[in-house]
Ligand binder design. Structure first.
Ligand SMILES: Cc1cc2nc3c(=O)[nH]c(=O)nc-3n(C[C@H](O)[C@H](O)[C@H](O)COP(=O)(O)O)c2cc1C
Length: 336
């Protein structure tokens, strides 16, 4: 059984990728994920806020000392013993890349096209095989137009692309007025992969305590339906690799994403719920299913259930939507 896969120009031993989570906060966690068999892993994110704080702190230090080029020093290693987030991150990238055989992908999370984006180069130089860019931007300001939101994504991507030689993936929110167009804009701007999707925080309200309860909780297989639909729609319509992210729990969820057209399938929730060793269960299940169905390579099954190349995706979706509603209505009230 050949599970090997290409993802944004990287060769992976299989299409299962551990997405960013607390499991990759330490070298031990990284090694456990690699030992469990994943094809690649994306480290937890370093945030724009951590980088701008570090840059401001270094600029203050430089001002107090003799250095006059504080700006360019801002991403240099600070004094020994410093435990800043960026320092720790680079150290982890370096140690992880040396310790495991699989590609280690660094993750940056930010929302402004600022100087922090150049830190991608430091992550690359520390040994990351690629960069994943998480633009976690929810425009709470209702005066911000959709076009501005889109341009922000493209500009941040371009800045990071300018800073590095390694491939760059963009992890997207599921909320755009035209997700497909956003995907194509990023594709044209040079995104090497699109990760569909980020899981947006969904705070709840506790009616008893009259308090807002933060958090997103872990996902389940039903949450995979929206990303899977977009993977099926975009497969073969963008040059960038497609990474499916959200809602993987069982091997069948991995299979379904591949059938829809994903190049790789990512999981966080299932690994947090069952531990890193669950990766081996997912992979064994994938191999077992392939054997049962007579597939010997992942390439043979990838995209089998994507929206066909010549089809009009909107009409395709609309037809599916109408028939789904008809079926649901028929089940409840009888045929229309
Ligand atoms: C506890 C926790 C921490 C996470 N940390 C990050 C992070 O640092 N960067 C990031 O891009 N995504 C982060 N995510 C999002 C996951 O990488 C993933 O996109 C999301 O959980 C959806 O995938 P899943 O359904 O497989 O969990 C985190 C998710 C959880 C649950």
């Amino acid at each position: 059984m050949d599970l090997s896969t290409r993802y944004m120009g990287l060769t992976l031993r299989n299409p299962l990728v551990a997405s960013p989570s607390p499991l990759s906060h330490t070298l031990d966690g990284v090694c456990r994920l690699a030992d469990a068999g994943v094809g690649a892993l994306v480290l937890y994110s370093l945030f724009e806020e951590e980088l701008t704080e570090e840059a401001a702190r270094n600029a203050r230090l430089a001002e107090a000392g003799t250095e006059s080029f504080a700006e360019s020093l801002s991403y240099f290693p600070p004094a020994a013993g410093d435990e800043s987030g960026p320092r720790r991150y680079l150290s982890l990238v370096e140690r992880a890349a040396a310790a495991v055989e699989i590609p280690v992908i660094g993750s940056l999370n930010g929302v402004t096209p600022g100087g922090w984006t150049t830190f991608a180069q430091a992550i690359q130089d520390a040994g990351a095989a690629a960069i994943e860019l998480n633009v976690y931007y929810l425009p709470g300001d209702a005066s911000v137009s959709g076009r501005e939101v889109e341009m922000r994504h493209v500009e941040i991507l371009q800045r990071v692309k300018d800073a590095v030689r390694v491939p760059v993936a963009v992890k997207l929110s599921p909320h755009f007025s035209s997700t497909g167009d956003m995907a194509r804009q990023l594709d044209s701007a040079g995104a090497d992969a699109l990760v569909l999707f980020n899981r947006i925080l969904q705070p709840d309200i506790d009616a008893e305590s009259l308090a807002i309860v933060p958090g997103a909780g872990l996902s389940g297989p039903a949450d995979a339906r929206v990303p899977r639909t977009w993977i099926a729609l975009l497969h073969g319509r963008v040059r960038a690799s497609l990474a499916a992210s959200t809602g993987v729990e069982d091997p069948e969820d991995v299979v379904k994403y591949l059938l829809a057209g994903a190049d790789v399938v990512m999981t966080t929730s299932s690994l947090l719920r069952h531990g890193p060793a669950h990766a081996a269960t997912l992979l064994d299940g994938l191999s077992g299913w392939m054997e049962r169905k007579g597939f010997s390579t992942v390439g043979e099954l990838r995209g089998r259930l994507a929206v066909p190349p010549g089809a009009d995706p909107t009409a395709y979706e609309r037809t599916g939507y109408v028939s789904a509603l008809r079926a649901a209505n028929a089940a409840t009230y009888g045929p229309w």
